[in-house]
Write a protein that binds this ligand. Structure first.
Ligand SMILES: [Zn+2]
Length: 288
């Protein structure tokens, strides 16, 4: 299945397609010397469907570059479909993709039936398992630029958050900014077993400071949002960090923190298990 509405233009020659499986967004930037695709969906087949959707927009569009906003499979497993493109990502994605991919495959092998609440079916799971994983060809630590002849696309790292390799992708001659899963619109932010809950809000603040007031922010999942939305989500993530920090440094137990609801937490406790566990670990050197 391809995107419900194909690629939709959100800024001058900057497009977004939103796909049903894992409700994930894919970006497309067109320039004189080719195109950049931002994130590639969750399987080889799904990556090929993205290419079909690009060609539907223009038969002669050549995707010369792919950027992965972070390591997760729903943003990287389509990479192999873009065989003539250079794949760009943060250094940490290059370091962790193989292991992260194997963990996802293991989890799906153990539970291949699909999960409608997470937006995928048994068939989607089988596709992910059949996918050859392709990592980045070029990685960077802080900043990198892709030159498309008449415009550039820039990639910037501002610290850890949703993972240790989340980057912002901007098209400086427009207001468009892709923030991957540092921000989500169709669900609350995803705190997984590889998140950095105590650093995430600061990372978002850095990206906010580097964005123009009128920025159109494309999240990893859901509709484009404005900076006000990003600031509010940043504040919610900071609230999670504050509660974890306070409880940890007060000497309470992890079991209590995982069990006892706190009215200051903006998200259900059940969805914050990894945030609490990870925060606990990261504060271990400071805690009594
Ligand atoms: Zn993610």
């Amino acid at each position: 299945m391809t995107a419900t509405h194909g690629f939709v233009e959100v800024a001058d020659r900057v497009f977004v397609a939103r796909y049903r499986q894992w409700d994930v967004n894919v970006g497309l930037v067109l320039g004189r010397d080719g195109a950049v695709v931002i994130d590639t969906r969750a399987s080889d087949l799904q990556g090929r469907q993205v290419l079909d959707d690009v060609r539907r927009l223009g038969r002669d569009i050549e995707v010369r570059h792919v950027v992965n906003t972070h390591v997760h499979f729903d943003h990287t497993f389509g990479n192999a479909a873009f065989d003539v493109a250079t794949v760009h990502a943060h250094d940490n994605v290059g370091r962790t993709l193989a292991e992260s991919a194997e963990q996802v495959k293991e989890a799906l092998r153990a539970d291949p039936a699909g999960a409608p609440e997470y937006g995928y079916t048994e068939r989607d799971a089988a596709e992910v398992l059949a996918t050859p994983v392709r990592g980045p060809d070029r990685t960077f630590g802080s900043h990198a630029t892709i030159d498309l002849g008449d415009r550039v696309v820039t990639m910037a790292y501002a610290g850890r958050g949703h993972t240790d390799g989340d980057v912002a992708v901007t098209v400086p001659d427009t207001e468009a900014v892709f923030l991957g899963d540092l921000v989500e619109e169709s669900a609350h932010p995803s705190f997984g077993s590889d998140c950095y809950p105590l650093e995430w809000a600061d990372t978002l603040t850095s990206h906010l400071l580097q964005s123009d007031d009128g920025a159109v922010v494309v999240p990893g999942h859901g509709r484009p949002v404005d900076l006000g939305f990003v600031s509010r989500q940043r504040d919610d993530i900071a609230a999670v960090a504050a509660v974890v920090r306070e409880r940890r440094l007060a000497g309470g137990s992890l079991e209590e923190a995982l069990r006892d609801a706190d009215p200051r937490l903006p998200y259900p406790l059940a969805d914050l298990e990894s945030a609490i566990r990870r925060g606990w670990e990261h504060l271990a050197p400071l805690a009594p």
